[in-house]
Design a protein around this ligand. Structure first.
Ligand SMILES: [Zn+2]
Length: 170
């Protein structure tokens, strides 16, 4: 591990401890060159599902984006950063527990809301109002795309005009 102060690669671990939830190892390190100390956190790399927006667009799950969502809602609210970290960890555990390769962005938004509700009423209301507007815009966009999609009506016509099989074979 490179020293963040002088970039020397020769640093020593002086203390290691596991977080209360057992998900993170916190290490105190000391640089052998400039003798400054710093902390590193070690976490298991998780394969989180891809995020699917209402528009159908897929993107990789991004912990930082979720954190931005929390910090916007919690702007100037008396909630410690550790609470947010713990909330994001819980959210990721829940996402993993779904066991899906893809998850709708709406599901993540609802998980964020659930965590905020436990944390701070003001932040929860803030997030919920912004989020619901955003959802509406996304839904609207999806409906527009659906109507514009070529062959949208034709597929429906073919489907309904298919002969009903074995309906009178008794
Ligand atoms: Zn150093």
């Amino acid at each position: 591990m490179k020293c963040p102060y002088c970039a020397t690669e020769d640093t020593a671990v002086i203390d290691s401890r596991i977080s209360d939830d057992g998900d993170t190892v916190r290490r105190r390190r000391e640089c052998k060159s400039c003798v400054k100390r710093f902390t590193t956190y070690e976490r298991v790399e998780l394969n989180l599902p891809m995020v699917v927006k209402a528009s159908g667009y897929r993107t990789a799950y991004d912990r930082e984006k979720v954190r931005v969502g929390f910090s916007r809602a919690l702007h100037k609210r008396p909630v410690p950063t550790e609470y947010v970290d713990a909330a994001i960890n819980r959210l990721e555990q829940r996402l993993l527990a779904l066991g899906e390769r893809e998850v709708a962005s709406r599901v993540i938004g609802e998980m964020v809301m659930r965590e905020l509700k436990k944390m701070d009423d003001v932040a929860y209301i803030r997030f919920a109002s912004v989020y619901e507007d955003f959802q509406r815009v996304d839904d609207f966009r999806e409906k527009v795309l659906e109507v514009k999609r070529p062959g949208f009506k034709r597929t429906r016509v073919t489907r309904t005009s298919q002969p009903a099989k074995s309906s009178k074979s008794s």
